[in-house]
Ligand binder design. Structure first.
Ligand code: ADP
Ligand code: ZN
Length: 760
């Protein structure tokens, strides 16, 4: 099917017909990518375009679909008529259709699934429409005499008339009800008298409605920033058909990357074009959004914000705002790469190394890589920024495919924080040393000086395992091959994979011995320990357990910023992109957590995380200090992070990656096979591996199927097949072809993850 589709979009996207088109090829939703021909209703033929949504009959039902091609003939006989036009305005541009085709091809997924990734649910289903509200407008103002007469007879009606007169515009009935106790009858009475007109009109659901943004002007760029801005401008001004190379901006934390993004976007807007800025979901903090909204407030440019917490109605309205060109700046997470902007002038991907850009469900695309492709299709520049570039992007720069730009210093010559590594093997002798003596002393000093501290640990809960010291029993999840984490606040044990939960046992469930031991540390315990060590300090925790509402996140950050919290304990939620001038100390409780995972990127992840977390310190006038607690203090990832040495890390790490033919020097594809029946899943994995061995293109490395590091999850046994190649498109197509022909037992699920990041 994908092949057919490819052929379809290669033709001119919007053919000019001498006659009116008679037929449309419609890709039907939820059909695995099937497309069928339909006849156009004669009256509507003129207004239908590629990308329009329609309802079409399929067997006995009518279903939604998208027009992907128009023609004046069809090879099929007796084609049916399109039953309904859902939206005459196209919701997909030919370019986005092309992008979807590429995603299907590259990431081995059905074209229909790719399209599902591109179009928000609320737009596809067309169930939520524009919101309309009833408004009232004054038709004939009353003279003072008539008004006072009305006041006596019908005071509410008079109140409405006065309110409308002073408002001098149409006012929502809801507002009238609130401000002058207006009732429906009162308004209707005025309408009957010809004094007032009522009309319904479109209103926008604005997620930031209740907030005002003060204008913040642009900053004067420093020498380094100016040089880089010049390079971005050159890319923006490049004349077609030349297509600018992607720009990779490597700038340490606090070096003023965001300021460059803002000013570059402003240039693009002045040229009448639009811009997309991608940020990791976690970075869509009020802080980032505020910075954008307040910068562009005075320029009258609307900023559309797309993230996962929008209501369906808000998402609908933001999407249409972009599509109609009313908002020409889009800031959003991964899927904002599909924003329906026209005349795109720039894409920015902030924190381009973040793995949250990879979607972990079908379509498993990487937002940054799709952004690079979209920029190429649009012929516009793309700016990737990070303090710790992904090795994929950095390698592209080394190979000359990207242009590398370096920002080496912090703004205003602020010093990089001083990083001290604490060898926890020394501390381990002391009992339950969660915080080393030196870190405790450093916190004490900060409390005395009224400066703030961040303590980082990327693990939730109180204790990460429960072990019986009598029989060695470990409380494991019944559905997953992980131990259960103890959450003291709820007195429950919880699986962090499938959320299975149970009451924390007082005795060993196996041998009934009461000597059950809690071990391993989570953020909840850190909060507890710190609270006991510093009873007067105000300690707050920020992790997925306490931040269950978007507001609580905002509130805690607000309280921290205004100095109402002394010590903030948290997971990666606090690691990224936050800017608090009064934070002078960052403690990383356990730097080794991610280091020993069976993942070839473990070192890279650790390096990135340490650098990002350390970057939260010393963003104000006082120099920052970072304590990194580790049991493997001489690991290169930790040492290079300590010296703020990205190039050094790259040189060391790239040697191993090249030697073992790992990304970025190859592409890795992870085929995962899972099922509730272990033998069936394993057999399927072996069958698939055998078939692949026979058919895969040369140059592909295929490892034998093996149990996944996380052997069981959600009650499913998991097996992995790892493939590596330099020619990824060839491999993707070969894989699709094999999978199309093979059938697996009903309870076995096979997923393909191209350029996989999640290897557990
Ligand atoms: P990054 O995105 O690299 O972390 P930011 O753009 O957030 O860095 O800049 C860090 C801080 O420095 C911000 O508070 C920002 O307002 C300020 N800043 C950035 N550029 C300048 C400049 N040219 N002059 C003065 N302050 C600046
Ligand atoms: Zn579980």
């Amino acid at each position: 099917m994908a092949a057919l589709f490819f052929f379809v979009v290669k033709r001119a996207a919007r053919p000019i017909f001498a006659r009116m088109p008679k037929y449309a090829r419609v890709m039907v939703d939820d059909s695995g990518g099937n497309a069928f021909d339909y006849a156009l209703p004669e009256a509507a033929a003129a207004q239908l375009q590629i990308g329009c949504r329609v309802r079409v009959p399929v067997r006995t039902r009518t279903v939604l679909g998208t027009i992907i091609e128009l023609s004046d003939s069809t090879e099929f006989e007796g084609v049916k008529l399109i039953s309904q036009i859902v939206s005459a305005e196209p919701i997909l541009s030919p370019l986005l259709i092309k992008l979807g085709t590429w995603i299907a091809d590259y990431y081995c997924c059905p074209i229909e699934a790719a399209m599902r990734g591109i179009l928000p649910q609320v737009i596809r289903n067309a169930e939520v429409g524009h919101k309309t509200q009833l408004f009232a407008r004054l038709l004939a103002p009353l003279d003072p005499e008539a008004l006072s007469a009305l006041k006596k007879k019908a005071p509410i009606q008079a109140g409405i008339v006065e309110y409308l007169a002073s408002a001098d515009k149409a006012v929502a009935i809801a507002e009238l009800a609130e401000k002058c106790d207006a009732t429906h009858q009162a308004v209707q009475a005025l309408v009957k008298k010809g004094i007032v007109a009522s009309e319904s009109s479109k209103v926008e659901r604005d997620p930031f409605q209740s907030e005002t943004f003060l204008h913040a002007g642009k900053l004067e760029l420093n020498v380094e920033q100016t040089a880089i801005f010049g390079r971005v401008l050159a890319a923006i001004n490049l004349q077609p058909p030349a297509v600018p190379k992607p720009l990779l901006l490597h700038g340490v934390t606090g070096s003023g990357k965001t300021e460059i993004y803002l000013q570059s976007i402003e240039v693009v807007l002045e040229r009448g074009q639009s811009a997309i800025m991608l940020v990791p979901e976690i970075a869509l903090t009020p802080q980032t959004v505020e910075r954008f909204k307040s910068r562009f407030a005075a320029t009258q440019h609307e900023v559309a914000v797309l993230h996962s917490h929008l209501s369906e109605g808000e998402r609908h309205d933001e999407w249409h705002k972009i599509r109609e060109g009313r908002a020409r700046i889009v800031i959003g997470a991964r899927s904002a790469v599909f924003a329906p902007c026209s005349n795109l002038g720039l894409i920015v991907v902030d924190e381009e190394h973040e793995t949250t850009y990879k979607q972990e469900e079908t379509p498993r695309y990487h937002g940054r890589d799709v952004a690079v492709l979209r920029a190429r299709m649009e012929g516009c520049p793309i700016l990737l920024g990070s303090a710790t570039p992904s090795l994929e992007s950095y390698n592209n720069a080394m190979e000359g495919k990207y242009e590398l730009l370096n920002l080496t210093g912090r703004v205003d010559d602020k010093k990089m924080p001083f990083i001290r590594i604490i060898d926890m093997r020394m501390e381990a002798a002391k009992k339950s040393a969660i915080l080393s003596e030196r870190l405790i002393q450093a916190i004490k000093v900060r409390l005395e000086k009224k400066e703030q501290t961040i303590l980082f640990l990327n693990r939730r809960g109180f204790s990460t395992s429960l072990i019986c010291s009598a029989c060695g029993y470990v409380c494991q999840c019944p559905n997953c091959s992980v131990s259960l984490t103890f959450h003291r606040a709820q007195a429950r044990i919880v699986c962090h994979i499938c959320n299975h939960t149970a009451v924390a046992p007082a005795k060993c469930p196996e041998c009934r011995d009461p000597s059950i031991r809690y071990s391993g540390t989570g953020t909840e315990k850190v909060e507890d320990v710190v609270g006991k060590l510093f009873p007067k300090a105000i300690v707050k925790r920020m992790d997925a357990d306490v931040m269950t509402r978007r507001e609580s996140y905002k509130e805690t950050l607000g309280a921290f910023r205004t100095g109402k919290i002394d010590i903030l304990v948290g997971t990666q939620m606090i690691a990224k992109g936050l800017h608090f001038p009064n934070v002078t100390l960052v403690g990383i409780i356990n730097a080794d957590l991610a280091l020993h995972l069976p993942d070839f990127r473990a070192g890279e992840r650790t390096f990135q995380l340490l650098t990002q977390v350390a970057g939260r310190a010393g963003r104000g006038d006082v120099e920052g200090e970072v304590f990194v607690q580790s049991f493997t203090p001489f690991h290169p990832a930790i040492q290079f992070a300590r010296h703020h040495d990205f190039e050094g890390f790259w040189e060391e790490e790239s040697i191993h990656r090249r030697q073992f033919e790992y990304p970025p020097f190859t592409h890795m594809v992870l085929v995962a096979i899972r099922g509730p029946h272990q033998a069936r899943a394993e057999f399927s994995a072996q069958t698939l591996a055998r078939r692949l061995k026979e058919t895969l293109p040369t140059g592909t490395t295929l490892n034998d199927p093996a149990p996944a590091p996380l052997e069981k999850s959600h009650g499913n046994f998991r097996f992995h097949l790892m493939l590596r190649t330099r020619a990824i498109l060839k491999l993707s197509r070969a894989l699709s072809a094999v999978l199309e022909k093979l059938t697996f037992p009903e309870d076995v699920i096979v997923t393909v993850d191209v350029d996989a990041y999640q290897l557990l």
